[in-house]
Design a protein around this ligand. Structure first.
Ligand code: NAP
Ligand code: GDD
Length: 376
């Protein structure tokens, strides 16, 4: 297992560098033809996973996605969206499955996007959130370490697997300063934020302990028409569409004064890839640097559809969190300077895009009942 991975990586690195391989005869013919960069994405059925898979495929990568469960309905949706992506089974709760997945895929890059990512759920299932969102990072890093033959006494060589961890601005929580940079201390306010902080520090620790190319992107909220219906932006865009089309009259929400730095998911996945392409492994904050309240979001979304949110929005204590993150705002200066990364889509364009997509979805046969929110 171990030499095989090293051989493929060396073959790929050498080919990329245009080198002649004195050991070429040891590489099976099928591998010689297979020299594109290979990425393994956990969480490929999620919002970011789908955008990242599209982006990497467009960059010439061979993309593999880790999927869990039997008959996962999101796999069918993913197939329709991304026919070219190859799938491998695995679960962040199952160490052996992750080792098998890394061994099978032989990736150049691993993007760990899988998580329980909905903050309120992390109070309801705190232990599971710690296990998936926190310890899951350890299991992915261990799978890479074991498959690469890395130990305290054996450092990774050239052509090692590069690792990206999906860290979160939720780690800043009760913010110590605004805007937040890579140096801002963490004060997480939810079990989710605590689990993400564990994954963040562990990624840093594997970099320092084993010399692995392991980085975290501290990404601020990013949204799209593919966003889960439980998150506030999508809940609002679907709510606007349902009101506009006459399916519903009311939208029930929690804290309208919370402020977030909202950007477009399609812009953010490019930063993940840029981070793995750097000479040195460094963590970056990724956001727009502009913050809006939930109320601003309502104003923008309802006005886009020719409605007044005050006629339809009801606040409901059921959606108030045990501890809130009041305001997040990124300082993306380092990402701009060192990665050349900048967001392209503005807040106004993002909200318009989401409302338009949901109006189209619901008016073209999408059953509004499929999207009726829930007890969240
Ligand atoms: P998402 O839509 O909720 O997707 C989560 C993914 O994790 C899904 O593909 C899900 O797969 C997978 N998953 C959950 N439990 C798993 C397990 N036990 N084993 C394997 N896979 C599992 O999240 P997202 O918005 O794309 O975000 C991607 C990542 O970035 C997450 O780690 C999130 O915490 C982080 N993040 C997101 C934002 C944001 O604003 N979107 C900001 C900062 C950080 P199933 O289909 O099997 O459920
Ligand atoms: N979901 C939701 N539903 N949020 C509401 C509602 C509601 O009915 N009413 C008000 N809000 C407020 C929340 O209290 C929160 O302050 C804000 O809207 C944003 O909530 P979410 O969209 O659920 O996102 P989040 O900020 O908690 O978490 C997202 O961003 C993080 C990055 O900062 C998730 O994508 C996390 O996975 C991600 O790490």
């Amino acid at each position: 297992m171990l030499p095989r991975h090293g051989l493929v990586s060396r073959a790929r690195s050498a080919a990329r560098a245009g080198a002649r391989w004195s050991w070429c005869s040891r590489v099976p013919a099928t591998w010689e033809a297979d020299l594109s960069r290979r990425a393994l994405i956990t969480g490929i059925t999620g919002q970011d996973g789908s955008y990242l898979a599209e982006y990497l495929t467009g960059q010439g990568y061979e993309v593999w996605g880790l999927v869990r469960g039997q008959q996962n309905p999101r796999v069918r949706q993913l197939r329709q969206l991304l026919g070219e992506v190859k799938l491998v089974r695995g679960d962040l709760l199952d160490q052996g499955s992750l080792i098998s997945a890394v061994e099978r895929v032989q990736p150049d890059e691993v993007y760990n996007l899988a998580a329980i990512s909905y903050v309120p759920m992390s109070w309801q299932q705190a232990e599971l959130t710690g296990d998936v969102t926190g310890l899951g990072v350890l299991r992915v890093l261990e799978a890479i370490r074991v498959c690469s033959g890395i130990s305290a006494s054996r450092s990774p060589g050239r052509g090692q697997i590069r690792f990206y961890q999906a860290s979160s601005s939720e780690m800043f929580g009760m913010v110590r300063e605004s805007p937040q940079t890579e140096q801002t201390p963490f004060h997480p306010r939810s079990p989710y934020g605590v689990a993400k902080a564990y994954g963040h520090f562990l990624t840093q620790n594997y970099r320092e302990s084993y010399g692995m190319f392991a980085v975290s992107g501290i990404l601020f909220n990013h949204e799209s028409p593919r966003r889960g219906a439980e998150f506030v932006t999508r809940k609002i865009s679907l709510g606007v569409a349902k009101v506009k089309l006459g399916y519903e009259r009311q939208l029930r929400l929690g804290n309208l004064s919370a402020r977030r730095d909202w950007g477009f998911a399609g812009d953010y996945v490019t930063a993940m890839n840029l981070m793995l392409g750097q000479d040195e492994p460094v963590d970056y904050v990724v956001g727009t640097g502009v913050t809006h309240s939930v109320e601003d979001l309502l104003e923008q979304a309802f006005t886009f559809a020719g409605l007044d949110w005050r006629d339809h929005v009801v606040t409901d204590a059921a959606f108030i969190r045990p501890a809130e993150v009041d305001k997040l705002c990124a300082d993306p200066a380092a990402a701009r300077e060192h990665l050349g990364w900048e967001p392209k889509i503005t807040f106004e364009e993002l909200v318009g895009m989401m409302v338009e997509a949901d109006l189209e979805l619901l008016s073209s046969g999408g059953d509004a009942e499929d999207w009726v929110g829930d007890a969240w």
